[in-house]
Write a protein that binds this ligand. Structure first.
Ligand SMILES: C[S@@+](CC[C@H](N)C(=O)[O-])C[C@H]1O[C@@H](n2cnc3c(N)ncnc32)[C@H](O)[C@@H]1O
Length: 239
């Protein structure tokens, strides 16, 4: 099993203890609206949902409000569990949402029932930086019943050559205007979440920009490209 450190890049697992990081992503309206829409399209009154990396509970609350029978919210850090508990109580959803503190890799299969929906917003740097590929693979093996759904279900990583006016010397997150792109974007990696287990090392040529597109549901994509409204992920500049 990889260590927590090896699974993450950019925002490390540890950095999610900080309230300012949780607040930062909770301000990303594009992110929230896409996940909400996907949950509303997927969840039924019969659904058992597992939310992996629940943070302050926002996606679990969306799932419960979409009508789920039961939601299990797994979160690594106690400080976030405490905050999620308050948010869930405010919505009076304490009966529907059960909070579980722990690293999803360490929670045994028997601890939770089989789920109809597994949702996880552990999308990091270039989509893969927080370990979503391994997290979904492990979760599917343990908890996904037949004919059930993963949100997101597919992750595509794109790059395009770029020339920005003041190029940074190191790899970094930045918003890159589409007018600086020199080539048509191309996919460098694609992951079927739940089925794929490992990520490969990103092999990106110099002076490129990269981003990801996560397919959350048929026709619902979270697109972090320079062609779409900006998100908290921005794009990644590769010098
Ligand atoms: C990007 S935040 C998303 C939080 C929340 N779901 C949201 O959408 O606002 C990812 C959260 O997942 C948690 N996390 C990451 N990997 C985890 C794992 N394997 N097991 C449990 N929690 C994890 C982090 O502590 C963090 O709170």
């Amino acid at each position: 099993m990889p260590t927590l450190r090896e699974r993450t890049e950019g925002f490390t697992l540890d950095s999610w203890r900080k309230p300012e990081n949780q607040r930062f992503i909770l301000r990303d309206r594009v992110r929230l609206s896409k996940f909400k829409e996907a949950l509303e399209k997927t969840v039924t009154s019969q659904s058992v949902v597992i939310d992996i990396g629940a943070g302050w509970g926002v996606l679990s609350i969306f799932a419960a409000k979409a009508g789920a029978k039961k939601v299990f919210a797994i979160e690594a850090h106690e400080v976030n569990i405490e905050k999620a508990k308050k948010e869930i109580a405010k919505e009076r959803l304490g009966q529907k949402i059960e909070l579980i503190r722990g690293d999803s890799f360490e929670i045994p299969r028997e601890a939770l029932p089989q789920a109809n929906v597994i949702v996880s917003e552990t999308l990091g740097f270039m989509g893969i930086g927080e370990g979503i590929v391994g997290i979904m693979h492990d979760a599917k093996l343990k908890w996904l019943s037949k004919n059930s759904m993963l949100i997101p279900r597919r992750l595509s990583l794109y790059i395009a050559s770029v020339s920005v006016p003041h190029p940074p010397k190191k790899r970094m997150m930045m918003l890159v205007s589409q007018r600086y792109l020199h080539s048509k974007p191309r996919i460098i990696e694609q992951y079927e979440l739940g089925n794929d287990k490992d990520v490969s090392n990103l092999d990106v040529p110099p002076n490129h920009v990269g981003w990801f597109v996560a397919e959350l549901h048929e026709n619902i994509v979270l697109d972090t490209s320079p062609f779409s409204p900006s998100t908290s992920w921005e794009q990644i500049y590769f010098p």
